[in-house]
Ligand binder design. Structure first.
Ligand code: SAH
Length: 185
């Protein structure tokens, strides 16, 4: 995925960890969360299978790194973060970098963003114990929900909305994410 090379990852790393920005690993950010591994970001960003101009919802803004890659893919980005400290910090970073997602929301990603639905793609960047039904409902027909499902380890799963009531499900191997938690904090 070429967009990964367009985003200087060190800008999204915590102080003191910048030297590791180009190592293909996850690293700690604020609030006991992590900045995703570039390989995982590329993998998920390809799986949503969207084109320039499409509407994409990201659950788990975190450092903002994946948001920046989705922006580099010329998508219209809506992103939600449940952790207040991270939300504020990353919102400031977006302003500083003049990176303008369509909406940066402090909220619970389990609820999605019904007022902005439907989305061509939804990408969840935290491990979910099971599929949030509300997210499936917010997919456009033909759209994909890419979500790691599981507790300690997660199976990368892609749901495709075939019609109003039909969904396809595919799986893409094991990954390790921080947990998708309920409510805001
Ligand atoms: N895309 C981020 C990944 C951050 S890790 C990056 O590239 O840095 C996952 C993030 O999901 C964490 O910031 C965590 O707080 C957030 N998260 C967990 N559960 C959530 C929920 N229910 N709604 C929104 N964000 C959530």
């Amino acid at each position: 995925l070429t967009a990964v090379g367009d985003v200087p990852r060190h800008l999204f790393m915590d102080r003191g960890l910048e030297a590791y920005a180009y190592v293909d690993k996850a690293y700690p950010i604020a609030a006991e969360q992590t900045i995703s591994q570039p390989y995982t970001v590329a993998f998920q960003s390809e799986l949503i299978d969207v084109k320039a101009g499409d509407k994409v919802l990201e659950i788990g803004t975190g450092s903002g790194y994946q948001t920046a890659i989705l922006k580099a893919m010329q998508l219209e980005i809506y992103t939600i973060e449940r952790q207040r400290e991270l939300f504020k910090k990353t919102q400031r970073l977006f302003t500083k970098l003049r990176l303008k997602p369509k909406k940066v929301v402090f909220g619970d990603g389990y609820l999605g963003l019904p007022e902005s639905a439907p989305f061509n793609g939804i990408v969840v960047t935290a491990g979910a114990p099971d599929v949030p039904k509300l997210l499936l409902q917010q997919l456009a027909v033909g759209g994909h929900l890419v979500i790691p499902i599981g507790k300690d380890e997660q199976i990368m799963t892609r749901f495709t909305r075939k019609s109003e009531n039909e969904f396809d499900k595919e799986t893409f191997g094991m990954f390790r994410f921080v947990p998708m938690l309920k409510d805001k904090n």
